[in-house]
Design a binder for this molecule. Structure first.
Ligand code: PDD
Length: 286
């Protein structure tokens, strides 16, 4: 349960927190967000989330709402005030509020900043990882700048909903050439017959995941080979293992794609090993 929400300089009770009806985030999805894992009351990979937030804002010419250090203070306060030990922190920065107009006001606006934290059931998440998840593939109908973490999430919402109706918990999005781009809210990975991990290279088609980046650090440390290259759905179906990465699930095994089992239909051995070691490679905030 979220009890306290930070909105534009104030810590407010959840039920009283709100933003302007003409916020450009609400009207145009003119807004950036970050989701950060909370482990033992500490933020996981905060610097990398901050780097990506700054980059996303920069790409849209939205100013940082405050200094990185001040933002870090707000994030940690929100975790503390909500007494979250295991959970997620959500941070959103919109361009601000103004009478509805597609044009961005040349004089600039004061960005809207919202930050909240929520508990997650760690045991449930572990049970999910031990069982593995199913994914279904569908066309990637998003825009050409998926590297920017905007709240323009309707294609992801619809993809997840279709996945859920098909009995799966994630959608793997597929580009016009038949290559998997990423999950609706995660990065997609497979392990080939030689034990090499494969994930799509960064670019405009995918979000450069923080979990993805930290997993590379772990792979280097553990001497596990990997390749940043695109893969097709057919290749994924024949993979030895598959998994997704995200702040909300870290390394989450995939056991079926479009109803067909991956490997022996159980979470992969390497995937589970990487999951158990993931936080050794992550940076925890003080
Ligand atoms: N989703 N790709 C997409 C499209 C995502 O939305 C996410 C994250 C990722 C993984 O990024 P990271 O490892 O930095 O979490 C990849 C978050 C968790 C969300 O929207 O809730």
């Amino acid at each position: 349960m979220t009890r306290v929400v930070y909105v534009n300089g104030q810590y407010l009770p959840y039920g009283q927190a709100g933003v302007h009806v003409e916020d450009r985030g609400f009207q145009f999805a003119d807004s950036i967000y970050e989701v950060c894992e909370i482990l033992d009351g500490r933020l996981v990979d905060e610097p990398r989330h901050m780097d990506r937030l700054e980059r996303s804002l920069g790409e849209l010419a939205i100013p940082m709402p405050m200094s990185r250090a001040a933002l870090g203070q707000v994030m940690r306060q929100v975790v503390r005030r909500n007494r979250v030990s295991t959970g997620l922190l959500y941070l959103q920065v919109s361009r601000g509020a103004a009478p509805r107009d597609f044009s961005i006001p040349p004089s600039g606006l004061t960005p809207t900043l919202v930050c909240l934290a929520r508990r997650l059931d760690g045991d449930k998440r572990e049970a999910r990882a031990n069982a593995g998840i199913s994914v279904v593939t569908m066309p990637d109908i998003r825009w050409g700048r998926c590297d920017i973490k905007t709240v323009m999430l309707l294609p992801a919402v619809l993809a997840k909903d279709a996945a859920s109706r098909a009995g799966a918990s994630e959608a793997w999005l597929v580009d016009a050439e038949g290559f998997v781009t990423e999950g609706a809210s995660s990065n997609a990975w497979i392990v080939d017959k030689e034990g090499v991990l494969i994930t799509r290279p960064t670019g405009n088609a995918i979000l450069p995941g923080v979990t993805r980046r930290t997993l590379f650090d772990l792979l280097i440390r553990e001497n596990i080979p990997y390749s940043e290259r695109s893969f097709r759905v057919e290749e994924a179906r024949g993979a030895r293992e598959a998994f997704i990465t995200s702040a909300s699930g870290t390394v989450m095994p995939v056991v079926a794609i479009d109803g067909a089992p991956i490997g022996n239909g159980h979470p992969g051995e390497l995937t589970l090993r990487l999951r158990s070691k993931f936080h050794q490679a992550a940076k925890l905030s003080p």
